[in-house]
Design a protein around this ligand. Sequence first.
Ligand code: LCV
Length: 259
Amino acid sequence: MGLIRQEIRDGIGTITFDHDAKRNALSSALIEEMIGAFDGFIKQHVRVAILRAHPGAKVWSAGHDVSELPRSGRDPLAYNDPLEQAIRAVREFPAPVIAMIEGGVWGGAVELALCCDIPIGAPSATFAITPARIGVPYNPAGILRIMNEIDLSVAKEMFFTARPLGAERAMQVGILNHLVEADEIEAFTFDMARTIAELSPLSIAVMKEQVRLLGNARPLSPETFERIQGLRRKVYDSHDYQEGIVAFMEKRKPKWLGK
Ligand code: LCV
């Protein structure tokens, strides 16, 4: 049974969580399907991805599948935990991922939503970071990622109270980029996706990867610097780099080849 639905249209890849019976809990099976969809989007040269639940969903995702949390004695959020794999898939996907959020976002799903590049929420969106509810010691990579996205004092309040934050507050603290009425959020999201899909895929991919590497790196190691330079060189040595400039000079839309 599919736990997600996926679609590609006009260079826009959409993944819809489709496991309402378990409130779209991020089970290893659902995450495996999600990572498979992202891999397929890469093969199809998708320019932008959207991660969403069904229109009008009461729960975007209930977070880690609690039934899959290891009993005692093992790290519940180790490097290869499915949730960590899902978060890396979003952060390393070579195009922007828009989180279109209706309904409650719980636990590790908050980190997943925050790791998307552009979070857009409806008034029904709420965000609750819940390890304290379950007694889980959140992992350092996850804590750092959340610290990078929202004010430290707000992050601590969310960790220490596990209380859901409403959409208005989520806008104030930077969890959401946009708060859009439920009947407009789909059109708003796809309009932004179309804008991104018309721009240079190489330029956007290398800027997204730089943000990821620089966000991770405190002092920039020589190796990270060289890696960034190598990624950027691939872009400014590309056909698309020339095409973008020529198209501008010729007052026409660029024809991006992604190479
Ligand atoms: C498995 C579930 C889940 C679920 N797993 O519907 O961040 S950390 O460290 O905490 C990390 C480890 C993490 O992400 O942990 C998970 C954090 N998530 C939560 O604390 C949310 C737990 N879920 C709920 O509070 C409720 O289910 C919400 C409020 C999301 C929805 O409530 P509602 O009344 O609409 P039910 O609770 O009746 O859930 C419907 C079915 O989904 C299962 C739940 O066990 C139930 O299954 P059965 O019908 O078989 O009884 N379910 C919900 N969340 N995270 N399964």
